[in-house]
Ligand binder design. Structure first.
Ligand code: FDP
Length: 315
């Protein structure tokens, strides 16, 4: 049985990086405990404030952000925290070598229906500042709060999955996650079809045409509407996740955030042999210009991502 600390010491000599991941794992374990009892404590509702994206904050968004902030404050290796819930980047230890960018509680519109949500994080070197390409990430991960609490993490090598035991230990349950290149499952919010571009419409229509269509096989559709849950399914059994640029999100650059949603997920999927794109560019190559920047996201099984790219290539 391998635990998280053992895995980290085998993956990297950088003890600061290992400590950063352990801090996020500890924050995740604390958030999991809060979420388990949140309906009893009456915490699934709104906090009464908006975040910088103009989205209503849930009480648990704010609580989760505070938990992450407290864990990172206690870690001298962390210089800066970028959070979806905070307008500005927060300066922490002046000696710190690492930046953490996080969505402390992703998928929070699912909280009141007890569906999987998660904490997503990305670790960068302080020297480059927060606005670095995803390719420069030192590590990334997420904690999924589902029937089991899972930590999915990658430094440079494999994407590995740990499960939180009742004793509070992170036990490795998948050493090397693999996203199969071929898949017959796609995930997109089809209620947005009227906003889609020609590439998204073309790809989805081919899938729906099934065996008789140009793809020549049957597809199934799955959409939890909680990115961590949708990406976790893809990491476990393949598929493709799409939140493309559409006519409604175009002026904002997309729906999902680059630094703390798209980049860490792209890093994890790539470590498992999958791929990611905005439609026209590898997500990990996008140059950020703002800490809360949005980006179109298509990621998962390599053959499906390639089909979407081919559709975008048709102009
Ligand atoms: P949420 O607003 O609930 O935090 O991060 C944004 C996100 O959820 C993703 O987790 C999810 O994939 C997406 O929004 C769902 O968007 P739609 O409501 O447009 O389907």
């Amino acid at each position: 049985m391998t635990d998280l600390a053992q895995w980290l010491s085998a993956q990297t000599d950088d003890t600061d990086l290992g400590e950063a991941i352990l801090s996020m794992a500890a924050a995740g374990a604390e958030i999991a405990a809060v979420l388990r009892e949140a309906p009893i404590a009456g915490q699934t509702g709104l906090a009464g404030s908006d975040n910088v994206q103009g989205e209503a904050q849930k009480a648990l968004d704010v609580i989760s952000n505070d938990i992450v902030l407290n864990h990172l404050k206690a870690n001298a290796a962390i210089s800066i925290l970028v959070s979806e819930e905070l307008d500005e980047a927060v300066n922490l230890s002046s000696q710190g070598r690492l930046i953490v960018a996080t969505d402390p509680l992703d998928g929070s519109s699912n909280l009141d229906v007890n569906v999987t949500v998660g904490t997503i994080f990305s670790v960068l070197a302080n020297a480059g500042g927060p606005l670095q390409k995803g390719r420069a990430q030192l590590a990334a991960g997420y904690v999924a709060y589902g029937p089991a609490t899972s930590l999915v993490v990658r430094i440079e090598g494999p994407t590995s999955i740990f499960t939180l035991s009742n004793e509070g230990e992170w036990v490795q349950t998948v050493a090397d996650a693999k996203v199969p290149a071929a898949s017959g499952e796609f995930a997109i919010n089809t209620a947005r079809e009227r906003f889609w571009d020609a590439a998204t419409t073309g790809y989805v229509r081919e899938n729906i045409a099934g065996e008789a269509g140009p793809a020549g096989k049957r597809y199934n559709m799955r959409w939890v509407g909680s990115m961590v849950a949708d990406v976790h399914r893809i990491l476990m059994r393949g598929g493709v996740f799409l939140y493309p640029l559409d006519s409604e999100t175009a002026s904002k650059g997309g729906r999902l955030r680059l630094l703390y949603e798209a980049n860490p997920m792209a890093w994890l999927v790539e470590g498992a042999g999958g791929r990611s794109t905005t439609g026209t560019q590898d997500i990990l190559e996008v140059e950020p210009t703002d800490i809360h920047q949005r980006v179109p996201v298509i990621l998962g099984s390599a053959n499906e991502v390639k089909r979407v790219e081919d559709w975008y290539g048709r102009g």
